[in-house]
Design a protein around this ligand. Structure first.
Ligand code: NAD
Length: 485
C-alpha cells in the first residue's frame, strides 16, 4: 500500500511550477500514515499569477472559442478521466482513505459523467428575446461570470471539484481550483487531463496549500469574480464575510445533520440497508450522511438491534482491497474529532450499541474507526445537533408523523433527508414538510448530475449539478435596440 513520495507543483497557465517560496506541504495516506506526496504551498505571488492567467484566458483563445468547441473539450476531459480511471481512483483512495470500490466504481465515473453532462450544455446556453413595450428589440445574452475560484473539501476531492469545474467551463468561465490540503492529488491529475485534452493556457489552474492561507488569498483577491465553495459551515461564513468587500458572487455547499425517518409501515429490510449505507458510505464523511436516524418508537428497539448488528459486521479494511466497504478516516485530526464526539455522546447519556472505538486492520497503522451506533439519543444532545462527519449514527425515536417532521426539522442544517414508508401519501406529505435541499423516499445517497443538489438553512445556498448550476456560472446582459423610425 505504500508508494514513493512524489513532488507535485502548482499548475498555472498550463505550466507546472514550484511555489514562489519553495515551500511544500505533506500529503499523508490515512490508511498507512505514510507521507505519499509533497505538494507546493502557494504564496500570494502564485495566486496573483493564477488569477492573471485565468483573466487573460477569458480574453484569449478561450473567450473566442465557439461554445460547441468548448463543449467538445469539456467532453474530452470526461473521456480522458475514464481512460485514466484506475490510476485516478487509486490516487483518490491513497490520499482520502476511501475504499477503492467507491473511488473506482462510483466517484471517478460520476466525475467523468459530470463533465460529459455539462459538455452537452455548452452550446445550449442562450438568451431570449423580450416582448417589451415600445418599438425596441430587446434581448438577453448569457455571459460567463469570469474567473471562478473552486474551493473544495477533502471528502469527495475529485467529484466536488468536477461539480464546480464542469459547469464553470461549459459556461465559458476560467477556474482556479484550491483543493483541500489533505487531498490535492486528484485535482492535480485533473489539471494534467485538462492540459492533455487541449484546454488553452490559464483556463484551468490548480493552487495548493493550506486553506486558511491560500483559500483566504483567493477569497480576498479582487481579480476573482465568484467563489464556489464546499466545506464547513464556519468556513462558509468566513468566506461570505470575506467576499463582502469585493462583492464576489458565492455559492456555499456546507455541512449537514440529515434525518433518515423510518415509519413502521416501511419495507424494514430496505430501511435497515438504507440506514447503514446512509451513514457508513464514505465513512460518514459525507455532507448528506443520514447521521440522525429517526425511528417510530413502536419498532425502534428491533430496528436499532438490526442496524447495530449490520454495523458490527462492517469492519473497516484496507482501502485498496476491492472488497473493502469501509475505509480509513481521512486524517488523524478527523479521527480525533470523531472519537471526541463519541465520548461526548456517552457522557450526555446516549447508549452505545455498536463500535465506539478506534479499529486496527491488522497493520497497527492507519486512522480506522469502528462503525458506531448510538441509541437513546435525545434531540438536545450534541450528537443529535452537531455534524460529526464520521461513521457515527444517532438514533432518536418519535411518536407520530408530526413529531417525526418536527424532530427532523429541529436542526440548523437542511441538506438532505429521507423518508421510509410504503404509504405514498405520507411519503409525499412528509417530503414537502421537510426543510432540506434533497429528500429521498425509500432510498438514500442517490445522486445524478441531472438532479440539483444543495442546502436549505445553514447547509448553504446555490445548487450544484443539473441545469440550476448554470445560473451560478452565467450572468444575464440585457440589450436594447431602438427600432423607432
Ligand atoms: P473546510 O471548510 O475546513 O475546508 C474546505 C476547503 O476550504 C478546503 O479546501 C480548505 O483548505 C479551504 N479553506 C479553509 N479555510 C479557508 C478560508 N479561511 N478561506 C478559504 N478557504 C478555506 O471543510 P472540510 O473539513 O475540508 O470539509 C468538511 C465539511 O464540508 C463538512 O462540514 C461537510 O459537511 C462539508 N461538505 C459539504 C458538502 C455539500 O455539498 N454541502 C459536500 C461535502 C462536504
Amino acid at each position: 500500500m505504500t508508494t514513493a513520495v512524489t513532488r507535485k507543483q502548482l499548475f498555472i497557465n498550463n505550466d507546472w511550477r514550484d511555489a514562489a517560496g519553495g515551500k511544500t506541504i505533506e500529503v499523508v495516506n490515512p490508511a498507512t500514515e505514510d507521507v505519499i506526496a509533497e505538494v507546493a504551498s502557494a504564496e500570494q505571488s502564485d495566486v496573483d499569477a493564477a488569477v492573471a492567467a485565468a483573466r487573460a484566458a477569458l480574453d484569449g483563445p478561450w473567450g473566442k472559442m465557439s461554445a460547441r468547441e468548448r463543449g467538445t473539450l469539456v467532453w474530452k476531459i470526461g473521456e480522458r478521466l475514464m481512460e485514466r480511471a484506475d490510476e485516478i481512483a487509486r490516487l483518490e483512495t491513497l490520499h482520502n482513505g476511501k475504499p477503492i470500490f467507491e473511488s473506482r466504481q462510483i466517484e471517478v465515473p460520476a466525475s467523468a459523467e459530470c463533465f460529459q453532462y455539462y459538455a452537452g450544455w455548452a452550446d445550449k446556453i442562450h438568451g431570449e428575446t423580450v416582448p417589451v413595450k415600445g418599438n425596441y428589440l430587446t434581448y438577453t445574452l448569457r455571459e460567463p461570470v469570469g474567473v471562478i475560484a473552486a474551493i473544495v473539501p477533502w471528502n469527495f476531492p475529485l467529484l466536488l471539484t468536477s461539480w464546480k469545474v464542469a459547469p464553470a467551463l461549459a459556461c465559458g468561465n476560467t477556474v482556479i481550483i484550491k483543493p483541500a490540503s489533505q487531498t490535492p492529488l486528484t485535482a492535480i491529475a485533473l489539471a494534467e487531463v485538462a492540459k492533455d485534452v487541449g484546454l488553452p493556457p490559464g483556463v484551468l489552474n490548480v493552487i495548493t496549500g493550506p486553506g486558511s492561507k491560500v483559500g483566504q488569498m483567493l477569497v480576498d483577491h479582487p481579480g476573482i469574480d465568484k467563489i464556489a465553495f464546499t466545506g464547513d459551515t464556519s468556513t462558509g461564513r468566513q468566506i461570505m464575510r470575506g467576499s463582502a468587500e469585493s462583492l464576489k458572487r458565492i455559492t456555499l455547499e456546507l455541512g449537514g445533520k440529515s434525518p433518515n425517518i423510518v415509519f413502521p409501515d416501511a419495507d424494514l429490510d430496505a430501511a435497515i440497508r438504507g440506514a447503514t449505507t446512509g451513514i457508513f458510505y464514505g465513512k460518514g464523511e459525507v455532507c448528506a450522511a443520514g447521521s440522525r436516524l429517526l425511528v417510530d418508537k413502536s419498532i425502534k428497539n428491533e430496528f436499532i438491534d438490526k442496524v447495530a448488528a449490520r454495523a458490527k459486521k462492517m469492519a473497516p479494511g484496507d482501502p485498496m482491497d476491492p472488497k473493502t466497504r469501509l475505509g480509513a478516516i481521512s486524517s488523524k485530526k478527523q479521527l480525533e474529532t470523531d472519537l471526541r464526539y463519541i465520548e461526548t455522546a456517552k457522557k450526555e447519556g446516549a447508549t452505545l450499541v455498536a463500535g465506539g472505538a478506534r479499529a486496527d486492520i491488522g497493520t497497527g497503522k492507519g486512522y480506522f474507526l469502528q462503525p458506531t451506533v448510538f441509541d437513546g439519543v435525545t434531540p438536545s444532545m450534541t450528537i443529535a445537533r452537531e455534524e460529526v462527519f464520521g461513521p457515527v449514527l444517532a438514533a432518536i425515536e418519535f411518536a407520530d408523523v408530526d413529531e417525526a417532521i418536527a424532530r427532523a426539522n429541529d436542526s440548523s442544517y437542511g441538506l438532505a433527508a429521507a423518508v421510509w414508508t410504503k404509504d405514498i401519501k405520507k411519503a409525499h406529505y412528509v417530503a414537502r414538510k421537510l426543510q432540506a435541499g434533497t429528500v429521498w423516499i425509500n432510498t438514500y445517497n442517490i445522486y445524478d448530475t441531472a438532479a440539483p443538489f444543495g442546502g436549505y438553512k445553514h447547509s448553504g445556498f446555490g445548487r450544484e449539478m443539473s441545469v440550476h448550476a448554470l445560473e451560478h456560472y452565467t450572468q444575464v446582459k440585457t440589450v436594447w435596440v431602438d427600432l423607432n423610425q
